[in-house]
Design a protein around this ligand. Sequence first.
Ligand code: AMP
Ligand code: ZN
Ligand code: FE
Ligand code: FE
Length: 279
Amino acid sequence: MAGYDLHTHSTYSDGVTTIEENVAAAAALGLEGIGITDHDTTAPFAVARAAAAAAGIEAVLGTEFSAEEAGISVHVLGYWVDPAHPPLAEELDRLRDERTDRARRIVARFQALGIPVSFDRVVALAGAAPIGRPHVAAAVVELGAAADLREVFDRYLADGGPAYVEKHAVAPERAVELLVAAGGVAVLAHPGLYGDRSGASGLPVAVVERMVAAGLAGIEAHHPDHTEEQRQHFAAVAAELDLVVTAGSDHHGRGAEDRLGRATTAREQVEALRGWRVD
Ligand code: AMP
Ligand code: ZN
Ligand code: FE
Ligand code: FE
């Protein structure tokens, strides 16, 4: 299998496999490279660089950066960012604090629903990672209040669910600006998964156009949770706007279906993305 899986998670955020395991899995599949895209952190860069060098593949170092549009979370993948760039580093710190406060409020909602999740347990499960809903969900499963993560999301934690709390973040075009200013290349993640997931289009094209004005380079039209219709729609939007079309597995290491490498980006597209670097 050639190409790059440009969207993966590890224990540095809400994935359950380590960076070393992900890089080894990518190499074992014969991939040319792997995108390192943990949520709101650049902490795995050094470990990923070393693991990729040892495995003889390329690590495309990045982050899946949280933004917000009309109360809905929008994710922007930022590749090759300088982790020390102050405005980006400051917003990542703020997002981490925001995630901790939000987890406390989500835990309070579960408690009000009669599910006695412990905030300390959630913090322990997250370890050094920015706290995400999957960490809270794992604590709920541990309590026996649901069979698995999927059930916790379906019953309580999905966007708009009874235990859902918004994560306040910058606007999508501001996210692009921050990533580009940090020397990165910005790609809109899974545009079909925002708002009403039943629609063919997902994120309104007007929002994508604002992001383009801020320097957006690509659209992740191919995501395992996109329908064929959504893939075609967003590939057409990308073509119309002269953007690179990317693909990634969004691997979190949860179960048989969640396989690293199940969506890959050809090297030509990765080179096209690289061409968007300004530094
Ligand atoms: P957060 O960043 O805390 O809002 O959590 C977002 C993460 O939760 C995503 O990256 C997914 O891993 C997971 N997630 C979000 N919505 C769902 C859902 N409906 N079902 C399962 N997992 C989800
Ligand atoms: Zn995640
Ligand atoms: Fe995402
Ligand atoms: Fe992701």
